[in-house]
Ligand binder design. Structure first.
Ligand SMILES: [Zn+2]
Length: 105
């Protein structure tokens, strides 16, 4: 499989699981209390992933380097609890670009 030592984590990986980009906790109060973080999550949930990602890269990408392994663990835990990867978790409207990707497939 050729696994790298450090997993590559994208903003989307955290946003779609509601994981705080600063401390790495799920459903962290920072996600709704911090003005920029809330804006980012709102954009993500409204389907504007490009803009959400821009905020993520400008403000939070710097935090990832320090705790990539911990974040990966949180992501894996989340996925094993929710079966996220099997698609059972999703009860929100799909982001628009995902929707069009599915309908055009
Ligand atoms: Zn946090």
């Amino acid at each position: 499989m050729g696994e790298k030592n450090l997993p590559f984590i994208k903003g989307k990986d955290l946003m779609e699981r509601n994981i705080c980009p600063v401390c790495g906790k799920m459903d962290c109060i920072f996600l709704t209390k911090d003005k920029h973080c809330k804006e980012m999550m709102d954009l993500y949930h409204s389907g504007d992933i490009a803009k959400a990602n821009k905020i993520f890269m400008q403000r939070y990408a710097q935090f990832l380097g320090m705790q990539r392994l911990a974040l990966k663990k949180t992501i894996d835990t989340f996925d094993s609890i929710t079966h996220f990867t099997q698609g059972n978790f999703i009860n929100k409207p799909l982001p628009s670009d995902l929707n069009s990707a599915i309908t055009s497939a």
